[in-house]
Design a protein around this ligand. Structure first.
Ligand SMILES: [Zn+2]
Length: 145
């Protein structure tokens, strides 16, 4: 499970494995105290190299958790804000030049599919759909429902 934490990805990149991570108080599944369980590499848009994110393991239920900066959704290297802006601007301004077009198209297609599937809105309400999906705990540009 991914646990979102309020950390600056630039500081994680600067300090590497020496970055001070605040350990979550308990396992989200069973409430037991967690143990550190190494690192996992992750890539973020503005950083040329991967950064080390902390992992934890629950000794009671065996679940492995990963800490991730809360500005990012799991499995996305762009910030939530950038994704939101890209979807928001797509209808009026088209692609943003600073991001790969293939990635923007993938987000747009997934967003449209998820909005149609879960909400059934028409095109004029897609931007409301983004916030609605986020409010439901969904990642609007993920293929996972
Ligand atoms: Zn547990």
């Amino acid at each position: 499970m991914v646990i979102s934490v309020d950390v600056d990805v630039n500081k994680i990149a600067r300090f590497g494995r020496d970055f001070f991570w605040q350990k979550p108080s308990a396992c989200p599944h069973c409430g037991a105290a967690l143990w550190w369980h190494g690192f996992v590499l992750a890539y973020f848009d503005h950083l040329p190299q991967a950064v080390f994110l902390r992992r934890l393991r629950c000794p009671r239920c065996g679940a492995v958790h990963r800490l991730r900066p809360k500005a990012y959704w799991s499995r996305f290297r762009s910030t939530i804000q950038i994704i939101n802006q890209t979807i928001d601007r797509f209808l009026s301004q088209g692609w943003q030049s600073e991001l790969p077009g293939s990635r923007q198209l993938q987000w747009w297609r997934r967003f449209c599919a998820k909005a149609r599937l879960m909400i059934g809105f028409g095109w004029e309400h897609f931007l409301d759909a983004f916030d609605l999906l986020v409010g439901w705990g969904q990642i609007p540009v993920s293929s996972v429902v």
